[in-house]
Ligand binder design. Structure first.
Ligand SMILES: [Zn+2]
Ligand SMILES: [Zn+2]
Length: 327
């Protein structure tokens, strides 16, 4: 249970809508009843989600260029000059499939609404429509004027409150949250696998070519071949380490039902934890099957289907802690 001080930490004290004031709301924090998630939902699933952040867009483009660089070196230095057609076809198919799945996961992670709370919905009309019980407390985000559901955090890059926000990742130019965590996990997994595969092929290439004439081993001159391969090794190692660590961290986050932000802010243990396997099924959209590994399978089996609520227009309430009177 949050301490009153803790509970007040991320809210600004307003004037108190109904006479009690924000301070009293904090003292009575044990009366806080979480608002059901289906009451406050995303509304943007119909439109394509894309964050217009220059740094994120540059990072996302760099990610794609690095994958294309690896694709070029693997094809034209490692596979095309190879004497064994079977070796080239098997490795070419595997490498291209992994690279394709990595890029598809990247696109899905980037263009899926991570679980954004409708902006500016903290209006009198909307709060009245929630039909909250007496004594119930709701929190308003002072930055995007939205009613903040439990476990939502405000992202300053997305300029929105995101449900179960883990972190904002510039490499996918998006927040990693409740709705796109699966795609982010798949992205890290496929990049780790594609990097490992490239590294294994480079090692085989070096071993084979040391025994033979280097000019027969590549379509490029030996110095260019060596430089291309060293760069590929460097890229592969860096990405393998980085994405393996990210993959492990994300799976651990899902399993322990704690997001990165919650761990950082020390907010853990304030909600009923979902068991590991159940949390995995929720994050990956249903019982274990091959669709867990597919970036094309949606998260249709989630417990709380996303309803499309239009953003209400009206007078925005200034208070950050809004308490419904007891009488
Ligand atoms: Zn916010
Ligand atoms: Zn964000």
């Amino acid at each position: 249970m949050k301490s009153p001080v803790h509970r007040c930490r991320d809210v600004e004290h307003g004037r108190g809508q109904v006479g009690n004031g924000a301070g009293l709301s904090c003292l009575q924090s044990e009366q806080h009843i979480p608002i059901p998630k289906d009451v406050i939902t995303s509304y943007s699933a119909s439109a394509m989600w894309f964050i217009r952040d220059a740094c994120g867009i540059v990072c996302a483009i760099i990610t794609w260029l690095l994958v294309f660089y690896a694709e070029f070196v693997v094809l034209f230095v490692l596979l095309v000059p190879s004497k064994s057609l079977t070796y080239s076809i098997v490795n070419g198919t595997l490498f291209n499939s992994l690279a394709f799945l990595a890029l598809a996961s990247h696109l899905r992670a980037m263009c899926t609404d991570p679980g954004a709370v409708p902006k500016g919905n903290a209006t009198k009309e909307y709060i009245e429509s929630l039909q909250l019980k007496p004594g119930q407390v709701v929190y308003k985000c002072p930055k995007c004027s939205s009613i903040k559901p439990d476990r939502a955090h405000h992202c300053s890059v997305c300029k929105r409150c995101i449900r179960k926000m883990d972190h904002h990742c510039p490499w996918v130019n998006n927040c990693v949250g409740e709705n796109n965590q699966k795609y982010f996990v798949l992205f890290t997994m496929y990049i780790a696998l594609v990097s490992l595969h490239a590294l294994v092929m480079v090692v085989f290439h070096f071993l084979n070519c040391f025994e033979e004439d280097w000019t027969l081993c590549s379509s490029f001159s030996p110095p260019v071949t060596v430089i291309l391969l060293i760069l590929l090794c460097f890229e592969g190692l860096l990405f393998l380490i980085f994405t393996s660590v990210m993959f492990g961290t994300q799976v651990h986050s899902i399993c322990t039902d704690e997001t990165g932000i919650e761990r950082l802010k020390g907010e853990t243990g304030q909600w009923e934890k979902v068991p590991c396997w159940e949390a995995m099924q929720k994050a990956f959209g249903g019982p274990f099957s091959l669709t867990w590994c597919s970036p094309f399978a949606g998260l249709s089996c989630k417990n709380s289907p996303v309803e499309h609520v239009s953003v209400p227009q009206g007078e925005i309430i200034e208070e950050d802690v809004i308490e419904i009177p007891l009488t």
